[in-house]
Design a protein. Sequence first.
Length: 209
Amino acid sequence: MSDIVNPDETPEIMPKSAPEDRETEGPLDESEANPVRPYVDLGGVKILPREGLHLRLEIEEGSKRVVAIGLDYAGSTLQVQPFAAPRSSGLWHEIRDQIADQIGKQGGTTTLREGPFGPELVAEIPVAAGQDTTESTRLARFIGVDGPRWFLRGVIAGEGAINEEAAVQIEDLFRSIVVVRGSTPMPPRDLIPLRMPATPAGPSEPTEI
């Protein structure tokens, strides 16, 4: 069953979408995280190292800025992006409608379902010609969590999109992420700045953390 969105509604009055136990089980705000845990500091997010986890930075060509964090783990990939959000309302309800519309324009399909973080989109996305695969479409899960003054978006692909056991592992990784909103005023939907870790990882060269 899909949500019905009134076109007259604005993002400011949309409710937040997050697991009931988000404040204790994550994804966490910096104020909720254990300060002594050995997180890898990437600016807008902190990642908890674990065996077999590889980190990739996705870098915008023109500006050379880090625009997303890619995490390879347990046969799955997880792309995460943190965004500024209003204090009392959420972004995920509106953003997932826009994602579904965008994928539809690309010739793909999306299904809205209830997942461990709340509503999520399961998408079948056409594979571009020339990519090294025999598949005509790829499966991806779009997940989102509204936190205090931030919104964290995740895209799960690989085993975590099709295999229940792998899904649990990559969902646990998403839960362990800490979002660092900071005190700088930012318009809602602006990407919270990301940066290289102390041991930098190139955009196409994974680094184990």
